[in-house]
Write a protein that binds this ligand. Structure first.
Ligand SMILES: NC(=O)c1ccc[n+]([C@@H]2O[C@H](COP(=O)([O-])OP(=O)(O)OC[C@H]3O[C@@H](n4cnc5c(N)ncnc54)[C@H](OP(=O)(O)O)[C@@H]3O)[C@@H](O)[C@H]2O)c1
Length: 250
């Protein structure tokens, strides 16, 4: 039986594990960073925690005799993506990156592209009321702008003593419904959105901004390592078939 390691932490990684769960030719393990206290359900075996850098991941791949590696981590998880590429090379294990395409652009979008979160904070006008859906490590850049009022939405609560922007904090996952986002933005008189270009189908907050005509300071995604880059789960399944099975049966 072939062994596949999925580096997860995304909806696509979970979908891939679920799609492969019934394949008797494959044993699939999903690796999660272990940062989220309430991760979403994942089919198949799961392991948690870092590997200790590229050397650790290469050793893990070899010792556990993996035949292929799918890096299905988030487009902004650039460290693990680089480690995955390096480790797969060292271990001689085929690797592909599942990278959902950037947000589709619409003529009604008012995107202001910036390279990172500090640049996003710097791009906001004096006194702006901002909606900021961001991770714990990303909000610090906005704490240095006391003139802003920020509605911050996070999945995980900030650590005690963490520098927070001035404004209000809501905890929870983003809604799928743009109407819910429109109501949230209007209730808080938000004039600006800050978002990473996480990609995939435009998030509800992006659609909401579009409908309300609000500008979005959009943090562009980091570059990803060289090598096969696949846009969706179907393409990954084709790659697995070609890499692990066509070769063996030829
Ligand atoms: N960044 C985002 O915006 C975002 C959004 C949604 C979900 N996520 C998910 O959250 C996780 C962490 O993201 P990040 O931006 O903190 O990553 P990162 O900065 O690229 O990685 C930091 C370290 O976390 C460990 N790690 C990351 N993903 C891992 C995985 N799937 N399995 C085992 N170890 C992993 C690695 O530790 P070692 O070096 O010790 O191996 C890595 O060096 C990722 O799995 C990602 O898919 C991230």
């Amino acid at each position: 039986m072939a062994r596949l390691l999925i580096l997860g932490g995304t909806a696509e990684a979970a979908e891939l594990a679920a799609r492969l769960a019934g394949d008797a030719r494959l044993e699939t393990v999903t690796s999660l960073a272990g940062l989220t206290r309430m991760p979403t359900a994942n089919a198949g075996r799961v392991r948690r925690g870092g590997f200790g850098g590229p050397d650790g991941l290469a050793a893990f791949l070899k010792e556990e005799r993996y035949d292929a590696l799918i890096d299905a981590t988030h487009p902004f998880a650039s460290r693990i993506a680089a480690h995955a590429a390096e480790a797969a090379e060292m271990a001689g294990v085929p690797r592909a990156k599942l990278l959902r395409p950037a947000f589709e652009r619409d003529p009604a979008d008012r995107f202001i592209p910036v390279p990172n979160m500090p640049a996003a904070a710097a791009a906001l006008p004096q006194g702006a009321r901002v909606f900021l859906a961001a991770g714990r490590r990303e909000i610090a850049a906005f704490a240095g702008r006391p003139d802003l009022w920020c509605l911050v939405r996070m999945i995980e609560p900030p650590a005690p003593g963490e520098a927070m922007p001035r404004g209000e904090l809501i905890l929870g996952r983003p809604p799928a419904d743009p109407e819910a986002e429109i109501a949230l933005l209007q209730n808080h008189q938000i004039g600006w959105i800050v978002s990473k270009d996480s990609g995939g189908q435009a998030a509800a907050k992006i659609v909401a901004a579009r409908r309300l005509g609000l500008p979005v300071v959009l943090v562009e995604r980091p570059s990803s390592p060289d090598g096969p880059t696949l846009p969706n789960v179907d393409a990954v399944i084709n790659w697995i078939e070609a890499t692990l099975f066509s070769r063996k049966t030829a």
